[in-house]
Design a protein around this ligand. Sequence first.
Ligand SMILES: NC(=O)c1ccc[n+]([C@@H]2O[C@H](COP(=O)([O-])OP(=O)(O)OC[C@H]3O[C@@H](n4cnc5c(N)ncnc54)[C@H](OP(=O)(O)O)[C@@H]3O)[C@@H](O)[C@H]2O)c1
Length: 583
Amino acid sequence: MNPQQAPDYEALLQALHARQQFPDSVIHLWTIAPYTQIALDVEIFERSQVRGFYSLLFLTQALGKQNLGDRLQLTVVSNHLHGVTAEEIVSPEKATVLAAVKVIGQEYPNINCRSIDVMISDAEKLVERLLGESIPSQAEDLVSRISRRRSEALDAKAQRALKVDVSDDVAIAYGKGQRWVQAFESVKLPKTNTSALLRTGGVYLITGGLGNIGLVLAEYLAKSVKAKLILTGRAVFPTKDEWEKWLATHDEDDEISGKIRKVQRLETLGARVMVAAADVADIQQMQAVIAQAESQFGRLNGVIHAAGVLGESSFNTIEKIEKIHCDRQFQSKVYGLLVLEKILQEKQLDFCLLMSSLSSVLGGLGSVAYAAANLFMDAFIHQQKRNNSIPWIGVNWDIWQFKNNKNIFTSASLAEFAIAPEEGMDALQRILSQDEFEQVVVSTGDLQSRIDRSIQVKLREPDIPQQDSLSSAYSRPNLPNCYVAPRDRLEQIIANLWQQLFGIEQVGIHDNFFDLGGESINGMTFINQFQKQLGQIVHISAIFEAPTVNEFAAYLQKKYPEALAKMLKLETVLVGDREEGEL
Ligand SMILES: NC(=O)c1ccc[n+]([C@@H]2O[C@H](COP(=O)([O-])OP(=O)(O)OC[C@H]3O[C@@H](n4cnc5c(N)ncnc54)[C@H](OP(=O)(O)O)[C@@H]3O)[C@@H](O)[C@H]2O)c1
């Protein structure tokens, strides 16, 4: 089969189905590849996605179409994915598979997905030999062939891992006789008056500098060191001599007017600002901007890479995602970063800070491409620390709080826990005052419990707590719409599940799942629970397509009329029995 052809995966699964040989375990070995010394570029990245990230998406889409009822174990085996020892070479282009592993598990409650990275001391030889042989028809065969080459360094634990690793860890690495899992350590970074990495009057480039976070960070640099700032974005921004006219002829809440006022404020705070239109993934445009900036302001001292695409266009469930959606995310965070690496190499910078996201760690419904792009940046930093003079720092930010935040996961209830701009500036100051960590995760809640709930949740099969077990239910939160009671049994079932899920007394039919506090984790719990009652796979995208009780009911009626009728009939019998019993 051709890894690039989605129909091939479907044909394979259909054939297995027809022969009643549908697997309960799939081992994906296409991310094992020999390490090449060639410098990473767009072509190598794209080639790696074909056998890695996209292959997993196609496989999952094909599995989804089979409407699997039974649980399936999907194990993604790789090499050079993690750099757990100093010698291990990291291939950042492979990191995107981790996004697939995390999000497949979240969007497909019946697929247990995990990643196993094997550190092989002589990987090239082993992989070359494996690939040089005729590929065995069954993965089991391949595993046993690997085991025969045990002397060539894949240790016994790794083979066992492929078969019997039943822990609830999602990302595992094997090598040097050890089993490794990723862990995060909580640190409190001290606050100093000035950030060690900043210079008074320093020259700083912020890609995506006219975005929400870019402008906050620009304000911090203006206030703290009266910086000379280069703010870039793809869109053309009015030139300085056009600002007054623009402000006079546009509404108060016009987006560009808001940005103009913010840039004016930066200048009032003592900064000098150059705004330039440049796609960070376009090397010529970026070279031209840097040349212009250096002739205007002098040598560049630091870079903040904040270019990224958020908003609804960045949200795509695996069921519906296409390459074009992934490319949109890769543009700034992968191709843009590769451009930055090239043009900054000779620059002797004090730092180059990458604005990554907590989605690298937590995944999230609909965010497979976004998480993949951010995971690439994280892995890139770990690769670079070994062979590059630029001090790269990655920050995996939690959600920020902006009135116009395009991050669609910022539901009304989550927003109150989001990072306020002043808190973000404070965190940045602390991060730029230390030189110990090259990756810092900023989480507003306890990170480990969030990981446990979002990534490993499925292996523990969480259920929605029963009403009786809820010690107390909260009254209905302040929502933009009025309470309208459920009108039929289906709406009642959905509303009841949400009431139990959120611990709220009353959920009305126009209440929005995300306004009630819905996010990846409880979205998955709800879908999990509902599909058990329905006896059919419900795609997680349903909750995004139909986020209110009445919309969700209508969605179900349209998609699953027969299963629904059966479920409601059974429900009536059960309720009837119960009522009879109580009477
Ligand atoms: N907001 C959050 O809650 C949050 C949380 C975690 C991490 N982050 C990360 O932080 C960064 C900034 O987020 P934000 O909230 O400030 O987003 P934003 O308001 O949408 O700003 C992002 C900016 O990036 C620019 N951009 C996009 N693609 C570009 C490209 N190829 N070349 C140059 N500029 C490009 C956009 O301008 P043009 O459209 O004009 O190019 C936009 O102004 C992003 O990387 C995001 O992933 C954000």
